[in-house]
Design a protein around this ligand. Sequence first.
Ligand code: ATP
Ligand code: MG
Ligand code: MG
Ligand code: MG
Length: 476
Amino acid sequence: MKASEIRHTFLKFFESKGHTIVASSPVVPGDDPTLLFTNAGMNQFKDVFLGFDKRAYSRATTSQKCIRAGGKHNDLDNVGYTARHHTFFEMLGNFSFGDYFKHDAIQYAWELLTQHFKLPAEKLWVTVYSEDDEAYEIWNKVVGVPAERIVRIGDNKGGRYMSDNFWMMGDTGPCGPCTEIFYDHGPDVAGGPPGSPNEDGDRYIEIWNNVFMQFNRTEDGVMHKLPKPSVDTGMGLERLAAVLQHVHSNYEIDTFVALLASAKQAVDAAGGGDCDADSASLKVIADHIRACSFTIVDGVIPGNEGRGYVLRRIARRAIRHGYKLGARVPFFHKILPALVGQMGDAYPELRQAEARVTEVLRQEEERFFQTIERGMDILDTALATGTRQIDGETAFKLHDTFGFPVDLTADVCRERGVTVDQAGFDAAMARQRDQARAAGKFKMAAGLEYSGVATAFHGYEHLNCDTSKVVAVYVD
Ligand code: ATP
Ligand code: MG
Ligand code: MG
Ligand code: MG
């Protein structure tokens, strides 16, 4: 079953159960300052769960474009290292706004997986929140999952409600206990069952999370009861496709096969020669073209702050991986036609914006290709000393002068088992910020012109750094 058929089957199944099919919302949340990017299907329904907004329906189903590259849900560092994480992915979901609750949600999920997608029941494992006896009983007594394959997951991650089975959108917002469904990819893949010490392998893959929305968490950490118990579920389309296409990695599903082929072609033509088709770098590139393109579609452009900086970090990371494979001229934007071919029907906004996305990416590539070679030389020289840690000054210089976001430097280092002195980097950053402020004040006092200031201060390319005051100096 192709990914597009899986998406269709999911939506039609829930439509047959009285759900309204609702279009994906943009990856840039329109009116939610607490969110960097849309990270789950429920985001667009947040106010409905909270009781602030009413819809004409009490059941909905979506295939939602999601980005997890910042904030509470950040999988950027996982990409290229696990078989299951993307920065951009599609989340299939069904939602009940004070309509059905645990019984129906669990039974719908089971029916869809075992009868429509025909997954063998014995390959499925489930987890429930440790205190949720009700969900446990439904799985065990009503659905008939044997106790050996139901795992209770407690608050073992640093305090109450810090469990994998207590889902939160972010530090604030709707949340509640959840039950997750895992698929066992079989003994030839490494990894242990959920809840075991080696659960993070690629053998037992979490495919679907069913959240029983019951609370709204406010900034003070207090859990307020929602007006009505609700249901929010999310299943990664790519993970389900891997299962249904009998492959063990998301990168082997139909949509990624096409993207990987195009990425290889683009890298090869840009200097890669005949690069290794199985390289993890190609997977990173194929992943990142999706995240970059969909954020640009929704209006983000690469920049030094906020969403623009996340986009820049993802794009430059992809470019660096192409460089690693031998590319010496822009290649990344050339994957766009393949992406549009794969996803343009499901998301027409992508097809519409193709020319703009291509141009934005091409410009970012041209900019970064001007400095990447010298930056990589500096980093390679530092790594050649055999150090186990790159010092903060070097990381800062790479960032400040060569446009290497620090996580890009860390990504290169990680490949060689080396870390980056983040504290040293932060200190160098803070020092430069203080110097810049002082210089700014001095110049202001002296009534000097500010030409060239923008380039002089391109070093503030750090998400966590407070640029507001510095910017104010120039604006004034
Ligand atoms: P994991 O534990 O594997 O990181 P998660 O528990 O963080 O997943 P949820 O927040 O429960 O994920 O999201 C619901 C579903 O979305 C998951 O069950 C999975 O199928 C899918 N999903 C989550 N993160 C990713 C990702 N980075 N790439 C692809 N699919 C994902
Ligand atoms: Mg996760
Ligand atoms: Mg999980
Ligand atoms: Mg989960």
